[in-house]
Every structure is written in structure tokens, then in C-alpha cells.
Design a protein around this ligand. Structure first.
Ligand code: EPU
Length: 417
């Protein structure tokens, strides 16, 4: 068990380099199973979610070799056995083994995935997609047995533009017979990253990044290469840190277009910054203005940055309202912000923030990954010392967060307890 200790108040200056995107990498690694040759994925982030996926791959008999940011996976002779609950529960993205193994072997047995407790997070749309391709599903408690005699392309409409369902159906459909069309597909950049990888192995996917994805089934997937895109949520988190306590803080190796909704909000708040082709430099900002934010699917404001930006809004002048539309339970960070001195009221899926309030260091807990990021930001701006428990959630998704923040001047350390 670890906790994070922060002595707040230091200004942040220098450069933070953004790592590969967690939510791309966690799909690319299971997608590798579909290939019958060796595939290479570059710019893999060093986070515990990737370790958990590698454990599942190794359990299935795939050969995984990792050298720094590069991972090679050879999954020609995989044993398609039941993926036990202790492995599937380690992370949300274990559900991508459903699509990948179903696509390759027409059969998969796996337990319900884990991940952050931020809402019910059903997988009904994933299952509906598999069924539309011809699979039969048996549910036995948390165990899912998904089997098809043959997978046949179909027209699938997603009731919600779900990232997970879109990728999972793509994985199941790449080797199906005929054409699959996913309507109301999610448009997040991570989906394009996965589609490009599959195409590189020989798949025929068009339209990724739009709401209509068309997949023409192929018989064989061979060697392929993917470069994980920069993590737009990690980038957004540090850009928010810059707006909060930055003084010439450069967030490097980003794709600004992927964080456009955040950058527009920050401009509206009067944050001083320069946006360049692959970086953003944030200067010291005074007199921040409160704004209203509604979380939406891409390219709208991402739910994953909603909790981090709440800390910034506590430091802005006037009222702000956050409306969370994706998850039912993504305000678990707010009681801790209130404990630190913030003035926030929650009503249904809205949080009303009145600022600016001086935050004071406190003992808090990371209930989930992005709640943890919110509390780190709060600790950095607060007076005094903040100690955060349950930091395993944070380490699942932010590579070297302690080192990255220390290098730009933060007083932050990981303590073993
Ligand atoms: N939904 C359903 N049925 C489904 C699938 C989704 O009702 O079958 C609902 C969910 O309950 C939720 C909404 O649709 O209300 C969005 O769910 P989505 O499937 O898009 O989310 P996800 O695939 O489970 C991914 C990321 C999340 C990120 C969301 C939205 C991964 C592994 N996770 O989750 O990342 O919040 O997309 O962008 O890619 C995080 O990184 O902190 C995180 C939670």
C-alpha cells in the first residue's frame, strides 16, 4: 500500500512529456491477439493497467516481450481458456479479450471486467453487437460464455456511442464473413488508433473517427505495428495543473486537436497559454473566471477531465456549474474538495461551484483514477500538506506521475505504508 504526500504551494515550471494513451494502449494490446504473426506496439505507457493485460496475455500463452516503451506480442499459439475473475477484475479493458478471442476463435469465456467504480457501467451494447454478428451468449453470474458457429457481418446501431462497445465490436468483426457497419459509433481518437493497427495487420476498416464504421471481414491478420497516440487525458490533467499553478509550464508531445474542448474552456476562463503544433505552454494566470461545463462524448468535453478541472474551478472567480452526463457516480472527489475548503453543492448530476476558495491540505482518498488526479491537483494548490490514500487507482493510469511533477517543481512523494 502506498500514499502520496504533497506539500502545496510550489509553482510549476519546465516541461512535462506526455506518455502513450492508456485508453488506446489497453485496447491495442488485446487487439494483438487477433494476429497470427508478431506485432509491435510502440509508445506503450508504463502503467499498471498494461501489466494486468500482459498477465492475461501470458496466462493465455501469448509471448510478450517488453523493452522500455515497445512491446512485441506473438499470439499464434494461444490457448483459448477461461479468463478467471481475478484477472478480468483487475481492469475495465479486460473486456477487449471478449471481442479479440471471439473474433479469432469464435468463442470466449471471461468474467465481468473491473475498473473504476464510477457508475453501473454495463456491457449490454458490447453483447448486443456480438449477438448481431451471430454469437450466442450464456451468462452465469459474472461469467460470460460467448460462442458462434460463424460470425457474419451485420448492421449494428449503438444506442449510446460507447468507446468500449465500438472497439469490441470492431475486434469481433474484423475476421467475420462479409461487411459489418457500426452506426452511432464512438468517435474518440483511441478508436482510430485501434482501427489503424488492425488495418496494418491486414484488416479492412474504414470510417474510424466518424459515427459510421465499416468493416469488411478478412481471413488472416499478419504482422502489424502501432504507435500509441499521446494520452489526451494525461495531457489535459497537466494542462489544468499549468492553469492552476503553472508559470511557464510546457506540456509536450500532445495532439492539441485531441484536447480542443479543454483548451476552449481554459481560454474562456482567461488562462494564458500558447498552443503550438505539438505542445502547449501555460503562463501564470490571474483572475480566472468561472465557467459551465457539460461532459459529452468526443469531441465534447471528456468526462475523464471533469474531476481534474473541478479543482481549477474552485480557484476561479464566481460560479461554475459542471453537468456530468456520462457516469452516475463521478463526483466522489467532491466531498474531499469540500473537506479541503471548496464551496461546492451537488444536485443530481450537477455540481455548483462557488469560487475562489483557499484550499488547505488534508487527508483524502482516491476513490477512482480521475478523482485521484483531481486530489493531486488540489494538494498542489493547497496550503500545507495533503496525504492521499488508495493511490493504486492513480498509478493504474498516470505514468511516472510523481517524477513528472517533481521534475517541474512540485513537492510530492510516494510513501509506502
Ligand atoms: N454504456 C452502456 N452500455 C454499454 C457500454 C456503455 O450503457 O454496453 C454506457 C456506460 O454506462 C456509460 C457510457 O455508456 O454511461 C459510456 O461508456 P463507454 O462504453 O464509452 O465507456 P467505457 O468504454 O467503459 C471508456 C474509457 C473511460 C472513459 C469512457 C468515456 C477505457 C478502458 N475506458 O470507458 O475511461 O471515461 O470511455 O470516454 O477506454 C478513465 O480513463 O478514467 C475512464 C473511465
Amino acid at each position: 500500500m502506498n500514499k502520496i504526500k504533497i506539500n502545496g504551494g510550489n509553482k510549476l515550471a519546465g516541461t512535462i512529456k506526455i506518455s502513450g494513451a492508456k485508453n488506446s494502449a489497453v485496447a491495442l494490446v488485446p487487439a494483438a491477439l487477433l494476429s497470427d504473426e508478431t506485432v509491435t506496439i510502440d509508445n506503450i505507457p508504463n502503467i499498471s493497467d498494461i501489466d494486468a493485460l500482459n498477465e492475461i496475455l501470458t496466462y493465455l500463452g501469448a509471448k510478450v516481450t517488453r523493452q522500455q516503451e515497445t512491446i512485441k506480442i506473438e499470439a499464434r499459439k494461444v490457448q483459448n481458456k477461461v479468463i478467471p475473475e481475478y484477472l478480468s477484475k483487475k481492469l475495465r479493458a479486460s473486456y477487449y479479450f471478449m471481442g479479440a478471442l471471439l473474433g479469432k476463435y469464435k468463442q470466449v469465456e471471461i468474467y465481468f471486467p473491473g475498473g473504476c467504480s464510477i457508475g453501473a457501467r454495463p456491457i449490454n451494447l458490447h453483447l448486443k453487437g456480438f449477438e448481431a454478428l451471430g454469437a450466442k451468449i450464456e451468462e452465469n453470474g459474472n461469467l460470460y460464455k460467448i460462442k458462434a458457429d460463424e460470425l457474419i457481418g451485420n448492421h449494428i446501431y449503438l444506442d449510446i456511442a460507447s468507446v468500449g462497445a465500438t472497439i469490441n465490436i470492431m475486434l469481433a468483426a474484423v475476421k467475420a464473413k462479409g461487411i459489418t457497419v457500426i452506426e452511432n459509433a464512438a468517435k474518440e481518437p483511441e478508436i482510430t488508433n485501434v482501427a489503424t493497427f488492425l488495418n496494418n495487420m491486414g484488416a479492412k476498416i474504414t470510417g474510424a473517427g466518424t459515427s459510421e464504421i465499416r468493416i469488411t471481414g478478412v481471413d488472416y491478420l499478419g504482422s502489424g505495428f502501432a504507435e500509441v497516440i499521446p494520452d489526451r487525458i494525461e495531457a489535459g490533467t497537466y494542462i489544468i495543473a499549468g492553469a492552476l499553478i503553472g508559470d511557464n509550464l510546457k506540456i509536450d508531445n500532445i495532439i492539441p486537436e485531441h484536447v480542443e474542448s479543454l483548451l476552449f474552456k481554459l481560454k474562456e476562463m482567461n488562462v494564458k497559454m500558447d498552443i503550438n503544433s505539438d505542445n502547449v505552454i501555460i503562463y501564470k494566470s490571474d483572475h480566472l473566471k468561472g465557467v459551465n461545463i457539460k461532459t459529452q462524448v468526443y469531441p465534447g468535453f471528456p468526462t475523464d477531465l471533469q474531476q481534474p478541472i473541478t479543482t481549477l474551478l474552485t480557484q476561479a472567480n464566481g460560479k461554475s456549474i459542471i453537468e456530468e452526463t456520462i457516469y452516475e457516480n463521478r463526483f466522489q472527489n467532491i466531498p474531499y474538495l469540500i473537506q479541503m475548503g471548496a464551496n461546492i453543492n451537488i444536485k443530481d448530476n450537477n455540481a455548483f461551484i462557488d469560487g475562489p476558495m483557499i484550499l488547505k491540505g488534508s487527508n483524502v482518498s482516491a476513490t477512482d483514477l480521475r478523482a485521484g488526479a483531481c486530489l493531486i491537483l488540489a494538494g498542489l494548490v493547497a496550503n500545507g500538506t495533503t496525504e492521499i490514500e488508495n493511490v493504486e487507482h492513480i498509478l493504474r493510469g498516470y505514468e511516472n506521475i510523481i517524477e513528472k511533477l517533481t521534475n517541474v517543481g512540485a513537492n510530492i512523494e510516494l510513501i509506502e505504508i
